[in-house]
Design a protein. Sequence first.
Length: 161
Amino acid sequence: MKAIPRAIPTTACRAPLAIVRAWSRRSTTRRRLGGLNARDLDDIGLTEYQRLRECARWFWQAGGDDAVIARPKIFFGWRVVGGSFLLAVFGWGLGFSGPPIYLHEVCRVRGWSVALVSSAVIVHYLAGATVVATMPFLYRRLSVPTLTKAGAVLISLGISG
C-alpha cells in the first residue's frame, strides 16, 4: 500500500497553530521573567535593563536586534555538580565500596581480627546514618559553620590515627 502524501491544507492548518504556540510561549516566558529577582537574573546572565526591555514587548513581538543576549559565563550550578560528583566518587568509592577491598590488608597490617574491623565499619555506617538523620536539627541548633568546623576537626583526628 502506498503512503498518502501530506495534503497542503494540513500544513496550512499547522502554521497558525505554531504561531499561537509561539505567542503562548513568549507570553509565559515574559511573565516568568518579570517575576525573577536580581540573583535569578544574574544566574541566567541578564541585566535588569534587559529584563525590562523583554517584558515590555507584546506577545506577538519576537526579539529583534536588541533582543536579550545572555552573557557568556559558566552557570554556578555546574560547579556544585562537579564538587558533588568528586565527593561522591571519593566518598562512595572509598567509604562505601572500599572496605571489602582493603579489609584484609588492614587486618594483616594492624594484626586485628576480621570481626573487629567489620564491626568498626558497621558502627561507622550506623553513626553516619544517625548523623545524617539528625542533620537538620544539628544545623538549627549549632549552625552550619560550627558543624562544618567540627566535622573537619573530627576528620583530621580520624586521619591522624
